[in-house]
Write a protein that binds this ligand. Sequence first.
Ligand code: ADP
Length: 869
Amino acid sequence: MSEITPMMRQYLEIKADYPDTILFFRLGDFYEMFLDDAVKASRILGITLTSRNKNADGNEVPLCGIPYHSSAPYLAKLVEAGEKVAICEQVEDPKLVKGIVKREVVKVVTPGLVIDDASLSPKENNYLLALFTDGGRWGLSYLDLSTGEFRVTELADLQAAVAETACIAPREIILPAAFRDPAQAKALAAVTSDRTVTYFEEWVYDADYCKRLIGNQFNGATPATLGCDGLPFAVLAAGAVLHYLLETQKGQAPHVTSLTPYAQTEHLVLDESTRRNLELTATIADGKRKGSLLGLMDRTVTAMGGRKLRQWINYPLMDQKRIVERQDAVEALMRDPGVRTEIRALLSGVYDLERLNGRISLASASAKDLVALKGSLSRIPAIKEQVSLLGSGLLADLDGGIDPLEEIRDLIAAAIVEDPPFVLRDGGIIADGYDPELDELRSISREGKGFIARLEAQEKARTGISSLKIRYNKVFGYYIEVTKANVAMIPEDYIRRQTLANAERYVTPELKEYEEKVLGAEDRIREIEFSLFQKVREAAAAEGERIARSADRLATLDVLASLAELAHDRAYCRPEIHEGDELSITEGRHPVIEEIYATERFVPNDTLLDNGENQLVIITGPNMAGKSTFMRQVALITLMAQMGSFVPASQARIPLVDRIFTRVGASDNLARGQSTFMVEMMESAAILRGATPKSLVVLDEIGRGTSTFDGVSIAWAVAEFLHDNKLHAAKTLFATHYHELTELAVTRPGVKNFNIAVREWNDRIIFLRKIVPGGASHSYGIQVARLAGLPVEVIDRAKEILLNLEKGEYSEGGVPRISRGKKAQAPSPQLSLFAGDDDQIRQRLRDIEVSTLTPLEALNVLDQLKRML
Ligand code: ADP
């Protein structure tokens, strides 16, 4: 560009520092975007793209702009689209400088760091997550800037890091620059695709630098004082997050007051496919929350409670004591519907204190936010009173931790009007009686206005012009307006200011004197109001930690009350949690499916699993019988129990389970370029590697994606491994339509057979949905196909082929004669699918007509038979 303007030069210089953002460049009342940014933003925002220097050849600069006053929705839309936006303001008063105004980027808004309500979903956290690895262990940290939650952990390998990242579901990820390399990036593709990724150069991951960042953020704390001793990778990941805060927020995040380390072993671990298969927070079919376990369980009445419940589902506990504490609280709340209803009603008027707190600390809270804080705090004493009625344990702890923050509540009540405007600089925020100086100025202003009215009356009388008016506009201030027809009647002391088509405008010295007083007062009022508001906001910000602590306790109370409400509504029972190995459920139901079946009755089923005689339960039965439903219900009941929730059963004893694994038929990763069978095998491999005797394994139809023989063989070997290998002998539910697997129970002491009962009736089947001991005798696939409406001739032919297969008819080459029709059938004894060489020899022998055989033929046959051995 040859004729570059000084302003454009300034723009390009600033833009060079923020290459991967869209730069909002403040020009007067607009944020302008130029060049590629303008092209991209105009497309995302659907606004007009124009250009500067239209005529200068080859020098066109694409441009688009948005008004500064109403930039929030545009900003939200860009961030929603995964963009980062750097906000560049004028940092000098344009009136006071000659030439170009100084501009600086004051903040970068990124998808992982939004705090604006418009860009956030109330019941979901908005996480920024950082990963670091040296090729071995992984450090992981994540921050929700809107609430201040900041956690770190370390993970053993890539798989664990991916699973944990998928569970946290961040909006944005920070990675070391090495992951720009496509080969490296591939390893993380599962969690990075569809997300904004920011790469940091190696120097950021310097232990000393990261420790310094931690010290700066947390009042001189060290990794050791924060409990991150021995977690060097976690420290580097946390450092990366803090470095990003420095770059984007200029380090301003005072409400991020602690860094909480956690270990995977504190929780029941769920890998990515298990979380998906069990539809914990989203359904498989459409990714929606409705229809998921969370969708069913969520009866919370606050946004904070909604977020916490999601965390409880994602991180069930492993600590019996903590689980029992939660259960006690749920039980107390369940037993007392009056108190529960009252608490929930009170909580429903509590705003999102965590996010209010975030905005207050980041000085972006409005006066309405402060009023919302006050309103929420005012409900606390009544909430505490109700909680204290229930009394002990966790509820008593919560009661103790919920702080009514009376002085903040009273301060806001005294200082801020009930219904303040959104705009902060136009006044109307501070209540009368809060500040004497403000009150005085307001009375001057009011009296000034009264004076104008009196003066108007007085001038009308003095001049005899009844249409005379005193008015105000921004350019001339107060003036007296007289219509042309009456101009002759004006007194001498009127000074003409402006002539209009049919009127003249005048001022008088008296009018000007009052104007100065009134307008001066109004300017001063605005100034004082804004500064008083800031002081109140700062006073609230100073109590950020107390507000955060209360918010956390209120969220927990909301979740507990929600669990109690659910348990009451759906007649759940309190499960007994124990350290032993028996998992027994009486009359268990699938929590989500039972609710969908509002009218049709859901058939409850019992379960018994342990690490002895009932370690591996093989479940056979036709498709659609209810095998998957049954197995998922066992997994969900276990998970709910470890959350501290009651469960859909009449009785349950649940041992502490370290991991739940599921391998369920339907998942298909074709989008990621892997065949269904490959995914199935990879998931199975992960289970066989990771399962322990304390795990719960749910296998649904292993080996279905390949040939029958392959499938049965793999299924058989997997089951044997899970039974025989004592390091991996997890409590296992194994559904299969290979009824051959029921033979395992004969040779393996820990294997039990169950099937889901069906009744055959006129060649049809009726599903009874009841799980009963014993194996199914066959698969009923053809009956199910009939139910699905396959044409009769196809059904009949399939039955014929099945008969051949079950008879084990083979050609000389060992190929089943599946295509043989009815007429060609020779009667033969029932052979199993495993019919081997012996049976073929037998068959051959049977086919020989000895009476017609020549000696030479006999020798040949003998030779053939020998070769078949
Ligand atoms: P399978 O895994 O044996 O093919 P599913 O578990 O998918 O069968 O169940 C098929 C359907 O049967 C489910 O969609 C559900 O609607 C219904 N179902 C399953 N279990 C029950 C039950 N215990 N009571 C009532 N209906 C059930």
